[in-house]
Write a protein that binds this ligand. Structure first.
Ligand SMILES: Nc1ncnc2c1ncn2[C@@H]1O[C@H](COP(=O)(O)OP(=O)(O)O)[C@@H](O)[C@H]1O
Ligand SMILES: [Mg+2]
Length: 335
């Protein structure tokens, strides 16, 4: 499902810039990114570890750790500015209209609190439910995310569940208040492949049932192929390419996206070709090169790439597919 053009997006992020205080002063880690998510739409955010995915998400909810702050940009949710909204208002949105699933359930579930109480908390706080109703709803939620014997699980502590079951509990908490938007930050990274696939199917199913929007953050382009409507590719805190998902797979343009796709093994690949991937590592915060941040690793880098920062520009006629790359633009002009 894609957003109808007349409707403003549910989430609209413009020029979001995040800085970290370092020994040599502030270093930019998220560099003016633009994102939007329509109602009912699923946006995939993809990039290697360290490219700023989690900080982007945390900054939306004003949950950034110490010494890290938003220095520029706006983030509007349902027409309201998340950055300037009074904290009291923001608390109502967090866990209410915006549900979260964090990367690591062992650090985000409370280890000394029973599963049932952790599920009931948002229902009591956001939806003003009575304790008994909240417990009934908690059982429904556990059933919804495929946890067997939900009544008995209410009294369990997180360490009594397997990794896959804990992740399901996290998703149940994220969904507790039937959010308009679910933001999931690498929710399956710690899990084995079959459970990953089950969780992706589960979120797809719930999204269709509840009509919510989803932002799914991952380093794994293959994982979101069947889930996302659109994909944003992040590199070193900048958007290097965005496109509808089918278009991105059919016609990946930025050399970084192509590199990410080349790292995905396919059945037809010869064994030797399977592990082709991008050499080198992304720049550390504070050590971003001049020009395009990907230039030092890019097989197509030209002089201009080491000097100027490429802008995100449409590369398809409808404008829904964009890339920030001098080489791509040069090739388009030549064609
Ligand atoms: N609490 C922190 N203190 C200092 N640097 C941090 C902190 N959290 C993240 N970073 C740095 O910011 C960059 C982006 O981090 P993050 O958003 O967590 O990346 P991702 O989620 O894409 O793996 C990384 O280089 C990381 O080392
Ligand atoms: Mg992360």
């Amino acid at each position: 499902m894609t957003a109808r053009n007349s409707e403003p997006p549910l989430l609209d992020v413009k020029g979001l810039t995040v800085e970290i205080d370092g020994r040599r002063g502030p270093a930019v880690v998220v560099d003016g990114i633009d994102l939007h998510v329509g109602r009912g739409e699923t946006l995939g955010i993809v990039g290697e570890s360290g490219c700023g995915k989690s900080l982007t998400m945390l900054s939306l909810m004003r949950l950034l750790p110490n010494k890290i702050r938003v220095s520029k940009g706006t983030a509007r949710f349902d027409g309201r500015d998340l950055q300037t909204m009074p904290t009291r208002e923001l608390r109502k949105v967090r866990g209410g209209d915006i549900g979260f699933v964090f990367q690591d359930p062992m650090t985000s579930l409370n280890p000394v609190m029973r599963i049932g109480d952790q599920l009931c908390e948002p229902l009591i706080y956001h939806r003003k439910m009575a304790k008994t109703d909240a417990r009934k709803r908690a059982v429904e939620l556990l059933r919804l995310v495929g946890i067997p014997g939900p009544e008995e699980r209410l009294d369990a502590y997180p360490h009594e569940l397997s990794g896959g079951m804990r992740q399901r509990v996290m998703i149940a908490i994220g969904l507790a208040c039937e959010p308009k938007l679910l933001i999931a930050d690498e929710p399956t990274t710690a899990l084995d492949v079959t459970i990953q696939a089950q969780i992706v199917d589960l979120v797809k199913d719930l999204r269709n049932k509840l009509g919510m929007s989803v932002v799914w953050i991952t380093h794994d382009l293959a994982l979101i192929a069947g889930l996302a409507d659109r994909v944003v590719v992040l590199y070193a805190g900048t958007v290097v390419e965005d496109a509808p998902v089918d278009e991105l797979y059919a016609n990946p343009s930025h050399p970084y996206t192509r590199g990410l796709l080349a790292s995905i093994p396919t059945l037809s690949d010869a064994p030797a070709a399977r592990l082709s991937s991008i050499g080198g590592t992304p720049p550390e915060p504070g050590r971003r090169p001049a020009g395009c941040p990907f230039a030092p690793r890019c097989p197509l880098a030209m002089d201009i790439c080491r000097r100027d920062v490429p802008k995100l520009e449409p590369i398809s006629s409808g404008g829904s597919h964009r890339a920030a790359c001098f080489a791509v633009n040069k090739a388009l002009k030549a064609a």
